[in-house]
Design a protein around this ligand. Structure first.
Ligand SMILES: Cc1cc2nc3c(=O)[nH]c(=O)nc-3n(C[C@H](O)[C@H](O)[C@H](O)COP(=O)(O)O)c2cc1C
Length: 200
């Protein structure tokens, strides 16, 4: 008999702009006591320092206070998540760089983050990508099309202008809610983030 346990969600953090979305995604998962595995590329560590004003290791120390949190280093290809036999609930890459998206679309899995995402694709598990780049050229678009056709869900971090966000925090909350729905962790967006039709 197989023991029932909550499968972990993998959060891959790459070196695109938008570190605060990764921070918010992990925070929400841990607030819900969902087992969470974080993987962070070397470039993402640079962006983290720049955008969050702290070293990624300092954030790790904070997250590691939660018993449901696990982190593996980017070159730890012996980590459980590198194998399809290890059950997970899926993965989100947030933010997703064009470099990592290109690697994935090309079937390359040279670090643990890419390997884990590749495993999700081959095992037909949820894979959610939050790409951040602008403008996009044809190769970026083709790579995202390839991944979408393979079952990945592409969630660009775009504001829901119709909800009249008051600032970046509202936009980040909206993107994270979208991620949770795309991963199948929530059935629908929270009521206050649903379009209710034109104001009376
Ligand atoms: C401050 C900063 C911001 C960046 N923003 C982006 C971005 O928004 N999108 C992107 O695709 N790459 C961005 N890059 C470039 C990536 O970090 C770079 O392509 C890197 O090789 C990605 O590696 P990774 O996919 O392993 O994380 C940024 C780099 C820096 C230093």
């Amino acid at each position: 008999m197989t023991a029932t346990r909550t499968k972990p969600v993998i959060v891959g953090i790459t070196g695109a702009s938008g570190a605060m979305m990764a921070r918010a995604a992990v925070d929400v998962l841990l607030r819900r006591d969902i087992p969470t595995v974080a993987l962070c590329s070397n470039a993402a560590r640079l962006v983290w320092q720049e955008e969050m004003g702290e070293n990624f290791n300092e954030t790790l120390v904070e997250w590691q206070e939660h018993p449901a949190f696990v982190h593996y280093t980017i070159n730890d290809l012996k980590a459980p998540v590198a194998s399809g036999t290890y059950p997970t609930a899926g993965m989100v890459i947030v933010p997703a760089s064009m470099n990592s998206i290109a690697s994935l679309a090309g079937g390359l899995s040279g670090n643990l983050l890419l390997r884990s995402a590749d495993v999700c694709l081959k095992e037909r598990r949820p894979l959610v990508l939050v790409p951040r780049e602008t403008p996009l050229h044809s190769i970026h678009l083709k790579n995202m099309l390839t991944l979408s056709q393979m079952g990945a869900v592409i969630v660009p971090p775009e504001p829901a202008f119709y909800l009249q966000p008051k600032g970046i925090a509202d936009i980040v909350d909206f993107v994270v809610a979208r991620i949770l729905v795309a991963l199948g962790l929530d059935e629908a967006m929270p009521d206050e983030m649903q379009y209710q039709g034109p104001a009376e």
